[in-house]
Write a protein that binds this ligand. Structure first.
Ligand code: GLA
Length: 699
């Protein structure tokens, strides 16, 4: 039984290995009693009460509540704030009802005076070890109620000494993992950019010095692709309060009589060590979040010429590139930015999703047919939420962008952001993109978003509703992709936002993969991929082999580019026209090798073995295990200190299993126990050396 109830007062929610206990305190507050390894005896919680460990304490401030509301004597960050027409900004409740339906517990809190109900919903994913939380705020009366803040979930972790892990990222430097102490004040991670952003994850990960393999780790992932906020706050040195949800900055939603607001969900879990956290999240994502059609299939090898030709695409050259790509073994040929009307640079064209007749005089048809004849599928880039001033769409509808009446609209990359709160805009985009997909045999779409939002005003909304725009924009995006997917279920969708600016569990439900970063420098990329892989599945991590020295002014051996990209969903972004015969043959070799390995990489379990350390001759190594197969990727930044050999201990193998593998042509046979305890000594020397080693278990 995933949900057990004692006297209608205590609720024990259990997955295979984790329990979460909530109870109604004798004063009527709904509080958290326990979160951690699985507990089976609910009777132990029969006498759960809140014991303030400080005599001079307003209880509401001290309690580890499940839904602390602004007001009362709460001085900490709270997870709900409502405003009634009479100015009352307070929520005082009694528990109205509790209901258990299968794997879901709902506890309804009803205001003691106003006709407002807040439903706290908990869903238990027993097998996947995940607890989902979300809330529904209902206005049951006639008068409007303004919602100024509503987080998806509130959690508490007892005691002090917690550390918080998140990212300290930026464009071309996403997913830089960083742990900091939650000692005093508040630790906040947020986005105010209109999308998830490149800086932080909409997630919390709390631990006390955990490692890959040990230590309690408590985590939660918000399924939301817009402004979010995560707060970890030590409260009165008793516990750490964790709040996660839609950002309350410039947020307000007014609920009319009978209306309700449902928050996005947060998926929370508990694991021993970061590796177990990654595995729990990956398994859960595959079973419950990813669109079903491709969830269990490895992604195809793609070619994308963006880094090679940028906006200069045309039929003849793309056909030639397709021929070379097909010879390399590429399965999906993608035309990136630059194919649509007037798009010769970033100053024009966005919004007009029809083919540029100067570049493709016969339309896209002949290129698509050519690509298909070569045995590949065809993919195309779009950026639906954006418009250039120089576009037919903007000329026809200047009122369709976010703007304030008396302010110029800021541009970024010469583009404005379309008002996705306006149903006419969403309908228009659907019509245009639906036609594009109906008229052309397009198997894959890369959906980009290359600017953050600003001037959140809309011609479709009353001024008082402008602070709902950040939220409604994301709803508009979700509505559009949902409709497009329904109309074109066979299409594969990639989610991109100037690289990894929209990577989250909300987007994951609508897209089949993420573009991880615009930075394809393999050394940077290994660090980006390392951080990414903590919280998101490798299966979604698109990675290209390029020659991309542009960002950092440095180059690498092709093997280093290739091996770094083979750690994810492999693709090629190199200029194939500029490649020599020898380089093409080398690339074809990597494609063939990757196809052999990709089941293990994309669908196996990931182990992070070693990470570059600044100023050392250290290694980065990651390993993947699926059934009896394993693949190890090892990278040396620069050898030194007369150390040709590097010991690597493997993980996740069967102790008693016997594994065959070869290093530099020399074959070996060792037990899983030896490989994991003793480890292999890998010879890696010089600058940017790398190896891929495959392990096969004897039957
Ligand atoms: C963004 C993407 C790139 C590419 C360009 C095209 O930067 O992240 O991969 O698609 O846009 O303009």
């Amino acid at each position: 039984m995933p949900i057990v109830n004692l006297e209608d007062r205590v609720f024990l929610l259990s997955t295979r290995d984790m329990s979460y206990v909530v109870y109604i305190e004798r004063g009527g507050a709904l509080c958290g009693a326990y979160w951690g390894p699985r507990m089976d005896r609910i009777e132990d919680f029969a006498d759960a009460i809140w014991l303030p460990r400080c005599a001079n304490a307003p209880s509401a401030q001290y309690m580890m509540e499940e839904c602390s509301a602004f007001g009362n004597m709460r001085f900490k960050e709270t997870s709900l704030k409502l405003c009634h027409p009479d100015g009352t900004r307070d929520f005082r409740y009694t528990v109205e009802y509790k209901s258990v339906e299968g794997d879901t517990l709902t506890i309804a809190l009803r205001d003691v005076h106003y006709p407002v109900r807040v439903k706290l919903c908990y869903r238990v994913y027993e097998q996947e070890n995940i607890l989902e939380k979300w809330r529904v705020v209902e206005n049951l009366g006639g008068a409007p109620v303004r919602l100024d803040r509503v987080y998806s979930g509130e959690f508490g972790l007892d005691g002090m000494g917690w550390q918080s892990l998140n990212y300290n990222g930026h464009w071309a430097g996403e997913f830089q993992a960083c742990s900091e102490e939650v000692a005093c004040g508040k630790v906040t991670y947020e986005s105010l950019r209109g999308n998830t952003g490149h800086a932080h994850a909409p997630a919390f990960v709390l631990h006390q010095g955990a490692t890959e393999d040990s230590g309690d780790v408590f985590f939660g992932m918000l399924a939301w692709s817009g402004n979010f906020k995560v707060v970890a706050q030590p409260v009165e040195r008793q516990y750490v309060s964790l709040l996660i949800g839609v950002n309350d900055t410039d947020f307000a939603v007014t609920l009319g009589g009978g209306e309700a607001f449902t928050t996005p969900s947060v998926y929370a879990g508990y694991a021993q060590g970061f590796t177990a956290m990654t595995h729990a999240l990956t398994d859960f994502a595959r079973a419950r979040i990813m669109p079903r059609r491709l969830a269990d299939a490895p992604l195809p090898v793609l070619y994308n010429a963006w880094e090679a030709v940028e906006f200069h695409v045309n039929e003849t050259e793309q056909m030639r590139l397709a021929e070379v790509a097909a010879q390399l073994g590429v399965e999906l040929f993608v035309v990136d930015d630059g194919w649509f009307k007037g798009r010769n640079g970033d100053a024009a064209g966005l919004g007009d999703w029809v083919v540029d007749r100067n570049k493709f005089p016969r339309g896209l048809g002949p290129l698509i047919e050519h690509v298909k004849r070569l045995g590949m599928r065809f993919g195309l880039w779009i950026e639906p939420e954006m418009v250039n001033e120089d576009s037919d769409l903007y000329r026809a509808h200047p009122e369709w962008v976010y703007r304030y009446e008396n302010r110029p609209v800021l541009t970024f990359r010469n583009q404005y952001m379309l008002d996705m709160t306006n149903l006419d805009v969403v309908q228009y985009l659907f019509g245009m993109l639906d036609a594009l997909l109906r008229e052309n045999d397009i198997a894959y779409v890369k959906w980009d978003m290359n600017r953050y939002a600003s001037e959140a005003g809309s011609s479709a909304l009353a001024a008082a509703d402008y602070p709902s725009i950040w939220y409604r924009h994301v709803e508009g995006v979700y509505a559009l992709i949902r409709r497009l997917r329904e109309a074109h279920p066979e299409v594969e969708w990639e989610c991109c936002s100037s690289g990894g600016g929209r990577v989250d569990y909300g987007a994951m439900a609508f897209f089949d993969e993420f573009w991880t970063s615009d930075n394809t420098d393999p050394l940077d990329r290994l660090s980006i991929q390392w951080g990414y892989s903590l919280l998101y599945p490798v299966r979604y991590m698109r990675a290209w082999l390029t020659s991309g020295g542009a960002l950092n002014g440095r180059g690498f051996p092709m093997a280093f580019y290739a091996h770094a990209a083979m750690c994810g969903a492999f693709g090629i972004g190199r200029d194939l026209n500029a490649a020599s015969e020898g380089e093409l043959a080398e690339m074809a070799g990597y494609v063939a090798e990757y196809k052999r390995l990709r089941d293990v990489v994309q669908l196996g379990k990931l182990y992070r073995l070693a990470r570059f350390e600044a100023g050392r001759d250290s290694l980065c190594a990651v390993q993947y295990v699926k059934d009896g197969r394993s693949v190890l990727f090892a990278f040396l930044q620069a050898g030194g200190f007369a150390r040709p050999y590097h010991r690597l201990r493997l993980k996740g193998l069967a102790e008693g299993g016997i594994y065959n593998y070869a290093i530099d042509g020399e074959t070996h046979k060792k037990s899983g126990a030896w490989l994991m305890r003793h480890g292999i000594d890998l010879k890696l020397q010089g600058a940017y050396a790398s190896r891929v080693i495959e392990f096969e278990r004897e039957a």
